[in-house]
Write a protein that binds this ligand. Structure first.
Ligand code: HEM
Length: 451
């Protein structure tokens, strides 16, 4: 593997610094706006492309003292590294462990060995990774309908209003109706996530983490039927699994799903006759994630020596650069839902919004289901027109700061909107859980740590 020159290491270092500065675990809005103003992401893609032309074998080792760092530049290498999880490329990289242990020390993503395998199995079982429609999908659709109906947007949809509604949906789906209004739980999580952005540079707040876990445990103990917590309670798990320890990641990752859906609204044509069936809306979410990935960087550490790089080398993949590669996609800077509708996106290893291989996101289908339903429900009830629309024919920006997006909210188009096959009852084909399994409103109880 070739070593980058000092100049190229500095150039690559600037790209990586601008990626990390955005906040890999919790976005730093002001920094994202500043980097968007500099058009840092697009400049970064250009730098990476130049490096690929120069260092033709797809991997280049940067001259960083103290830590071997390898930049992954070709899709062939992306494929072999992501397929090599958890050995010889572990997803539990040193930096990721330092960051994520601030709030999820036993999450599968930062686990090794048999513990990882057991935790992965549990995640897949509860999130129903292999199923396009989760067994509680009908209940989740109902939760989304109720929360969209309850949200008062007052003529304008802002990130604050959207995320308040989305977090209610998320808490009900993950923890059950009894957690609907527990905003404090998410505030605690976000404080820990903001520390996680600094990885080892910020001391751990063990007290806050314990209080967060205690509060979470209170909701999990209810094991509400119809929620993920209910399923978790009835899914077999060995002693090394720590079922409750998997849930902080779910809450954290559902935030990304909300961001992706909110940005997708910017891509969707507002015209009443625009296509709006579930498959199309899910393709829009995938496009939102392709154009503006919520996972800014994929890190792997080698567990043994590979290709002349010592064990413990850090392998860095920047998904957005591959997602916008003009050598691999016809129109990388345009909204192209057909990429996903045609199945070409699924087959293309340059596209990795949910990562790929054995450590790919086990929540992918659940995300597509819930965000697709959310967009369908929003569009059924409202017309949403971006206050600052994108130019449909022009290249889409490299960065979109989601908290700055606003949509004018109007009445839905007169007459029934053609939602396409199946959307009027999108989960009609799926057996709805029996009434006794449906989520019942929980009795109000005191949450630990509340006033
Ligand atoms: C738009 C939303 C989401 C995106 C884009 C996304 C993307 C990803 C990516 C890229 C990874 C790999 C990370 C890495 O290798 O460092 C990942 C892992 C993971 N995701 Fe998601 N995710 C999303 C939502 C969710 C949700 C809602 C859940 C659970 C409810 C979830 C559960 C997980 C878990 C448990 C892992 C770790 C898998 C492992 O290490 O084996 N994700 N996700």
């Amino acid at each position: 593997m070739r070593r980058a020159s000092v100049g190229d290491t500095l150039r690559a270092g600037w790209v990586l610094a601008s990626v990390f500065a955005q906040g890999p675990v919790l976005r730093r809005s002001r920094m994202v706006r500043f980097l968007a103003w500099l058009d840092a992401d697009r400049r970064g893609y250009r730098t990476m492309r130049r490096l690929r032309w120069k260092y033709r074998d797809g991997l280049v080792r940067l001259r960083i003292p103290g830590r071997p760092v390898v930049l992954v530049l070709s899709v062939a290498e992306v494929r072999s590294i992501l397929n090599g999880a958890p050995e010889p490329y572990t997803p539990a990289s040193r930096e990721k462990v330092a960051a994520l242990t601030h709030f999820q020390p036993h999450g599968v993503l930062v686990s090794h060995g048999p513990g990882r395998a057991a935790r992965r199995r549990l995640n897949e079982a509860v999130l129903e990774t292999g199923h396009p429609v989760h067994r509680h999908g009908a209940g989740f659709a109902e939760v989304i309908r109720e929360e969209v109906a309850a949200a008062a947007f007052d003529g304008e949809l802002t990130w604050d209003g959207f995320s308040r509604m989305w977090w209610r949906v998320v808490r009900r789906i993950v923890l059950g109706n009894g957690a609907r209004d527990d905003e404090q739980l998410v505030r605690m999580l976000n404080t820990l996530r903001s520390d996680a952005n600094w990885a080892y540079l910020r001391p751990k707040r063990d007290g806050l983490r314990r209080r967060f876990e205690e509060r979470l445990r209170f909701h999990l103990d209810r094991a509400e039927p119809g929620s993920l917590a209910g399923l978790l309670a009835t899914t077999a798990a060995g002693p090394e699994t720590d079922p409750a320890g998997q849930v902080p990641h779910w809450l954290f990752a559902f935030d990304a799903a909300g961001i992706a859906a909110y940005r997708a609204l910017l891509l969707l044509p507002a015209a009443p006759d625009a296509r709006a069936d579930l498959a199309y809306l899910q393709a829009a979410v995938l496009e939102s994630l392709r154009l503006w990935p919520t996972t800014l960087v994929l890190l792997r550490d080698s567990t043994g020596p590979v290709d002349g790089a010592p064990a413990g080398s850090a392998y860095v993949i920047v998904p957005a650069y591959h997602h916008r590669d003009p050598d691999l996609l016809d129109e990388p800077d345009l909204f192209t839902p057909d990429l996903w509708l045609s199945g070409r996106g699924a087959d293309n290893w340059a596209l990795m919004p949910f990562s790929r291989g054995p450590a790919a996101c086990p929540g992918r289908n659940l995300v597509l289901l819930t965000t697709g339903l959310l967009l369908a429900t929003l569009r059924e009830r409202h017309t949403l027109v971006p206050v600052r629309p994108l130019d449909p024919g022009a290249s889409l920006p490299g960065t979109v700061e989601h908290t700055a997006l606003r949509y004018a909210v109007g009445a839905p188009a007169p007459g029934p909107v053609d939602l396409g096959p199946g959307l009027a009852d999108p989960l009609g084909v799926v057996p709805v859980s029996s009434p006794s399994e449906r989520t019942a409103p929980a009795r109000p109880r005191r949450v630990p740590g509340s006033g």
